[in-house]
Write a protein that binds this ligand. Structure first.
Ligand SMILES: Cc1cc2nc3c(=O)[nH]c(=O)nc-3n(C[C@H](O)[C@H](O)[C@H](O)COP(=O)(O)OP(=O)(O)OC[C@H]3O[C@@H](n4cnc5c(N)ncnc54)[C@H](O)[C@@H]3O)c2cc1C
Length: 455
């Protein structure tokens, strides 16, 4: 059937939060503005061969592509090699080839590229997606707004008072950044990516709360900005992400036997993993990487008490080995530790207050410390209940209260949720491995195949 001649589709973009009470009706509403939302939109538009209407509701519009890729700072590198960062499941070399075609310095599939470069890559995909949508008579509306509730007829209520009606909903909500929930205190930095590091005093001491990849970003920016004072990194375990290997040689990857890891008690599984990693010496990361194809099935088959232990007591240890930093980043931190500038301290910050132009940090057992600035890098909340929209949808019985699960097309289970799809962090409880681009692009691809074909 030829496409209709008129009217031309509306391409409303980054519409600001206004027009309370206004109403739009759509085939699909995608809620979220990060990689997951863009990957879902791009895949639907690629696959769809008939007109349809898609509304994206994203806090801040579809501009930043989420906290990971909105940093303007060149020193913040991807923690996955370029060869693993393509948006397209069926074209895994796409990002590495794009970098090469753009003539970007140091581009190669093995390189850890600056995240600002990745942002530009995503922006180009968005631009070409919108152009393709126009050719295919697909209406794409992007609303700069926040979805606060969904009713059983899939009417999405937005913070501005507008309503977006949709036949299908895709939840691409990402993580809840815990730091953003902190009080607004001068000298307390909750967004290390957009902080103006020229505002630091000449020297003294700063604290970085947390020691994951967000904390690494803050510490690298402090060092890049020429900060000469002390950096005190406080966390419950005082462990930094381990470095990736400088070079990768796939032939060095050990072949793991699934029966040594799947359906095993956690203690046995970790014992077997250590047994594989130990003989590799400095090349132990190959053992962790070899486990990756098995991780979701291991998680699915773990006993409930072992799941609790892995996502609780052992989670920090798992994360520093699994979500590693680029080797050049790790080398800078290691050098700062060796010269005594960076100190890792096992402690929990329990509160912050302004004090003499700096910050007083309360610690457990009535202890406290004074620093010139404190960077809160406490990372992300994985629990579905930490996201207000998911909480509202659970209360409305649209989503199960006892944990969100999805089928192989990423359609969410639950009596009222047959047209609701989800990808990324909200599925952590089911999938465990669901936060990085290699998993997200697969999930977006599967959702798009269904939505492009069946509406
Ligand atoms: C510092 C950092 C570095 C990382 N580096 C890498 C890397 O190098 N490689 C890699 O593969 N992964 C990396 N990750 C993991 C990263 O989380 C994923 O790659 C990806 O960015 C997640 O995308 P997302 O869209 O699922 O979630 P997010 O990026 O969290 O985006 C979700 C978006 O939806 C918006 N939103 C949420 N709720 C609503 C609502 N109710 N209404 C409207 N909008 C809403 C949010 O404001 C946000 O903009 C990194 C993560 C962090 C934090």
């Amino acid at each position: 059937m030829p496409p209709p001649l008129a009217p031309l589709p509306a391409l409303l973009f980054n519409v600001p939060p206004q027009e309370a009470g206004s109403f739009t009706s759509n085939d699909v509403a995608i809620i979220g503005g990060g990689f997951s939302a863009l990957a879902t939109l791009a895949n639907i538009v690629q696959r769809r061969d008939k007109p349809m209407s898609i509304c994206v509701v994203a806090r801040g519009g579809l501009r930043d592509f989420g906290p990971a890729y909105s940093t303007p700072r060149h020193e913040h590198l991807l923690n996955v090699r370029a060869g693993g960062m393509s948006l397209w499941l069926d074209n895994p070399a796409h990002f590495a080839e794009w970098c090469k075609a753009e003539g970007i310095d140091g581009a190669s599939p093995a390189a850890f590229m600056p995240r600002v470069v990745y942002h530009k890559y995503l922006q180009e995909i968005l631009d070409s997606t919108l152009a393709l949508a126009k050719e295919k008579f697909i209406t794409v509306t992007v609303l700069d707004d926040v979805a606060v509730a969904v009713n059983s007829g899939y009417a999405v209520s937005l913070q501005s008072g507008r309503i977006v009606q949709a036949k299908h909903i895709v939840l691409a909500l990402g993580n809840s950044l815990r730091a953003q929930q902190q009080a607004d205190i001068a000298g307390l930095v909750t967004d290390p990516w957009h902080y103006d590091y020229t505002q630091l005093p000449a020297n003294g001491a700063v604290a970085v709360i947390g020691s994951g990849l967000t904390a690494v970003d803050a510490m690298i920016s402090l060092l890049t900005a020429g900060w000469q004072g002390k950096i005190i990194c406080l966390s419950g375990h005082a462990l930094l992400p381990r470095p990736h290997l400088d070079m990768v040689d796939a032939t060095r990857m050990p072949k793991l036997m699934a029966q040594d890891f799947v359906d095993k008690p956690l203690s046995k599984l970790l014992h077997n993993l250590r047994a594989v990693a130990k003989p590799l010496g400095a090349e132990w990361p190959y053992a962790i990487d070899a486990l990756r194809p098995l991780t979701q099935i291991i998680w699915r088959n773990l006993a409930p008490h072992d799941r609790t232990r892995l996502a609780g007591r052992h989670f920090a240890l798992w994360n520093i080995h699994r979500h590693r930093a680029a080797p050049e980043i790790y080398r800078q931190l290691d050098a700062a530790m060796k010269r005594g500038q960076l100190q890792l301290v096992k402690a929990h910050a329990t509160g912050y207050a302004p004090e003499n132009g700096g910050i007083k940090i309360s610690l457990q057992r009535g202890n406290h410390m004074h620093v010139d600035r404190a960077f809160v890098c406490t990372g992300i909340g994985y629990g579905a209940g930490e996201n207000p929209l998911l909480r509202a949808m659970m209360q409305a019985s649209l989503l199960p209260q006892d944990g969100m699960t999805a089928d192989e097309t990423f359609r969410v289970g639950g009596t009222e949720s047959r047209g609701i799809y989800a990808l990324g962090a909200p599925l952590f409880g089911q999938l465990f491995e669901t936060t990085a681009v290699p998993e997200l692009r697969m999930q977006a691809d599967k959702i798009a195949r269904v939505l492009a074909a069946h509406i």
